[in-house]
Design a protein around this ligand. Sequence first.
Ligand code: XMP
Length: 509
Amino acid sequence: MKAMVAVLDFGGQYNQLIARRVRELHVYSEMVPYDIELDKLQKMNPQGIIFSGGPASVYEKGAPQCDPGIFEMGIPILGICYGMQLIAKNKKGLVEDSHIKEYGRAYLNINSPDGLFKDINSPLPVWMSHGVAVKRVPEGFEIMAATDNCPIAAMGDYKNKLYGVQFHPEVRHTHQGNDILGNFLFSICRIKPDWDLQDYITSTIEAIRRQVGDNKVLCALSGGVDSSVAAVMTYKAVGQKLICVYVDTGLMRKHESEQVKEIFANKMGMELVFVDARDRFFNKLAGVRDPEQKRKIIGAEFIRVFEEEARKFGEINYLVQGTIYPDVVESGTKTANIIKSHHNVGGLPEDMEFELVEPLRLLFKDEVRAIGTELGMSDEIVWRQPFPGPGLGVRVLEEVTHEKVSILQEADYIVQEEIRKAGLEREIWQAFAVLPPIRSVGVMGDDRTYSYPVIIRAVNSDDAMTAEWSRLPYEVLDKIALRIVNEVKGINRVAYDITSKPPGTIEWE
Ligand code: XMP
């Protein structure tokens, strides 16, 4: 039986990272809701428990509280930020508003250099984000470290193996954060690192086989990394019983549809139904200028095409989805306003009744990429940038026509090529071209031109929730601009978008 660490999710910003860092240390870890029932948690058989951070204050009305029985399980617990305060409150310490709030970098002075802080430098740069702190440690606890503004920045009850840290070891700004988590796992919980992605692949393939038995499975393959890796894992589990449907909407990037066919059908020998639905999409989009309406039309048409194809296979009850961990967390805690109605081409038609096969549910994008590589998939697919479901339909602004899409495909292809040549493709979250519905005057040779400009957008991001515009080197921008105006007929000007998100969004529509 492999070791397991449960991370109780109290709603903090960096929570998703905790389980992930534990897995980086080769220990299997899962996030669970903070109010998980005791017997459910016991069944998971964790060898260590981590309480995450969270935005609430422990004395606030309705502040998230875990089952107090967790403290009686005899399993080591590490509380991070809110998690530390929760331990302090439950064990009768004192938590109060700090008169000095701490956000950002602080220096941790360690006075207990064993156990949790074994081989950790002091002072240590750490990342703080709190306005409340432990003011008196509970009985049986010792103060293990302090910063200038936080006299109790870490505490521990060594006998009962309960620990709390006010800083965030899971974020990269905390130096040696993984070493601290490693000390908790290996010295305090006495776990042996025994998990890797190959384990995940093997056990997930077995789980898919158990789930679907001898039945057929359907997959809406978009060619994006998540649905592609999910499809390949399912293919390894059920072989030709997996049927992938790829809908060519005509709104894909240059060569994308041929690439999908080449890789999945020709190279991998997977059962791929390739549907040429280009005319259907362009007909539906004719004359439509409103971004939301375009998104709805594309989403609905996709579902219609997909359903028609699915019906041809008779009764299929299983559908593969490339849902990844951030999707799960987002849909579980969604309180935000709709900025754009996101549509996942390759996603689930809402009114179709399928049992879902979601082999990547617990993983982050870079873990999915590592699995793709481990499965022998090419870099072309594994390192593909996120691409919106409605495709170039939301990058040709306002009305979508064949002519505009093909101009954009050419410009976009140059952007991709130059970013790749400059060795920047793995650093940048997304880089692409946008075609606005305006024209400007230019001069080429001795002639006046009156053509479209193209806007280049490149952003850095961790999860697309926020993004910063990429400081692309001038030489790369220059090369892109020169090539586009020279090589793409219909473009006479190139602009670069220097808006971050917020206030902009990544896509223009
Ligand atoms: P925005 O433009 O909202 O985009 O900042 C955030 C991320 O989501 C991608 N995106 C989509 N992905 N279906 C998707 O699957 C969609 O409808 C969609 N719209 C935007 C966008 O490319 C960026 O990575």
